[in-house]
Design a protein around this ligand. Structure first.
Ligand code: FUL
Ligand code: CA
Length: 466
């Protein structure tokens, strides 16, 4: 290659022209949001004084000495998350009771005041080190509602909260997600705080420009509007953020998003493996069943949302056995379900294609290589020489070019003609459809409504032993 042409190629690569000629439509994710979508599944850990007192919302006047895990081991948490197939861990660095899991200079209610490690410990240090060791992303939950801090409810508190945030964002590893709890109750002086969200968000971006900020309104990702682990069957990644704010009363809208939303704010499903968010000995026999967790997986990841599954650490400072065993069962179920993509055995064709974006890109097991239709209404067909038996269909949209599909149908070839099997709405980053066993030689996906010509990354078929 001549020097000039290699420079040209380099420039093209630097400009991200890996998909020449393909233009985004409408609102699209940022580069860090795109990476966030690919994480799909990660762990939430609620841990703090509540772990020792059997309550969900500590009042903030608990004696910090009650925080005394006897065998705390963050490497056990990280090893469990890794083996569970999760991509990261988000920890409650400070819950509503105000207790800080790190020795904050801006509070007198922290691990420093506890007996754990004679007040010399730092849970965030140990967890961030463990995440690095196990190749997991590290995220932090911080509640601005603080039932302990004497300044809560006064204008000074917002800056104190920012100072705490800065400690957390600058002392450890990179933070992939900053989880802001929107709860806004009264503090020790009976007053509520008026939160300065622009200040909080700017502080995050100043120190961790690639972090995804979670709240009811994003701006990085949004609460899904329930704590059951289910996104809407229709799930738009877009939201009108001038309308929504933390504490937004019409939060049921967050389950589906806003079809023509102005900003990319995808849904994240937070749900606990137990009835409560914090550990309690009363729930040792109430860990969700494998069947419930499988439903949650299909209801979240299967509907184009991310799954943040809470696994509370116990009074020893370990993930209890019933929870870790269940996580391993779920991991095995997911691994075995999506092992062999049967679509690879077939031939794929499309009603039309645009430029180099041919239908073959749909069955190469790479979600970042695309088929692009020339028309909004379009169809793809998978045809097999021998009949195939499947009960799952996975579809992925090339969301870096916008969320385009509004509705689609699934047709199955039966008695020498197509029969409509299903009709659904959005696809998004990933859509997993579940059916009872189907044996056929042809299936067809018909896009019946779209904002623009569809850009699809994959169509995959699987057979799962239900
Ligand atoms: C809520 C909190 O009030 C719960 O305690 C829990 O942390 C949950 C994830 O968010 O707003
Ligand atoms: Ca592909």
């Amino acid at each position: 290659m001549k020097k000039n042409s290699s420079i040209l190629l380099l420039l093209l690569l630097l400009h991200g022209c890996s998909q020449p000629g393909l233009k985004p439509f409408g609102t699209v994710p940022s580069a860090s949001q795109l990476q966030w979508h690919e994480l799909e599944y990660y762990m939430f850990i609620h841990f703090g004084p509540n772990t020792f007192t059997n309550v969900e919302w500590g009042k903030g006047n608990e004696d910090p000495k009650i925080f005394y895990p006897t065998r705390l081991d963050c490497r056990q948490w990280a090893a469990t998350a890794k083996q569970a197939g999760m991509k990261g861990i988000i920890i409650t660095a400070k819950h509503h009771d105000g207790f800080c899991l790190w020795p904050s200079k801006f509070s007198t209610h922290t691990v420093r005041e506890s007996l754990w490690k004679n007040g010399q410990g730092d849970v965030l240090r140990e967890l961030s080190d463990a995440c690095r060791e196990y190749g997991l992303r590290f995220g932090v939950y911080l509640s601005p509602w603080d039932r302990n801090h004497p300044a809560y409810g006064t204008p000074e508190y917002n800056q104190i909260f920012v100072n705490m945030l800065e400690e957390v964002l600058t002392s450890y590893v990179d933070v992939f997600e900053q989880w802001f709890d929107g709860a806004n109750g009264e503090g020790p002086n009976g007053k509520k705080q008026v939160y300065d969200w622009p200040l909080f968000n700017n502080t995050v971006y100043k120190h961790q420009p690639d972090a995804i900020i979670f709240s009811d309104a994003g701006p990085g990702c949004r609460w899904v509007g329930n704590e059951n682990g289910f996104a809407g069957l229709t799930n738009w990644n877009t939201l009108n953020i001038e309308k929504v704010y933390p504490g937004y009363p019409d939060y049921h809208e967050l389950t589906e998003g806003h079809e023509d939303g102005t900003h990319w704010v995808p849904a994240e499903c937070d749900v606990s493996i137990r009835p409560g968010w914090f550990y309690s000995p009363d729930t040792d026999d109430k860990v969700k069943s494998l069947e419930e967790l499988v439903e949650i997986y299909y209801g979240s990841v299967g509907r184009g949302s991310n799954l943040l599954l809470n696994v509370p650490v116990d009074r020893r400072g370990l993930i209890p056995k019933p929870d870790s065993l269940r996580l391993m069962e779920l991991a095995e179920m997911i691994r075995s379900s999506f092992k062999e993509n049967l679509a690879e055995r077939g031939r794929v064709s499309a009603s039309s294609s645009s430029g180099i974006y041919k239908a073959n890109n749909l069955i190469d097991n790479n979600s970042r290589t695309y088929w692009v239709s020339a028309d909004a209404l379009s169809e793809i067909e998978l045809a097999f020489k021998e009949p195939v038996t499947f009960n799952r269909i996975v579809l992925q949209e090339g969301i870096e070019f916008g969320q385009r599909v509004k509705a689609f149908a699934v047709d199955v070839w039966k008695n020498d003609k197509y029969e409509e099997l299903d009709r659904q709405t959005t696809i998004g980053y990933k859509r997993i459809l579940r059916y009872t066993e189907i044996t056929t030689t042809k299936i067809r996906i018909r896009v019946v409504d779209a904002k623009a010509p569809p850009v699809l990354g994959e169509i995959q078929l699987f057979f799962v032993n239900d």
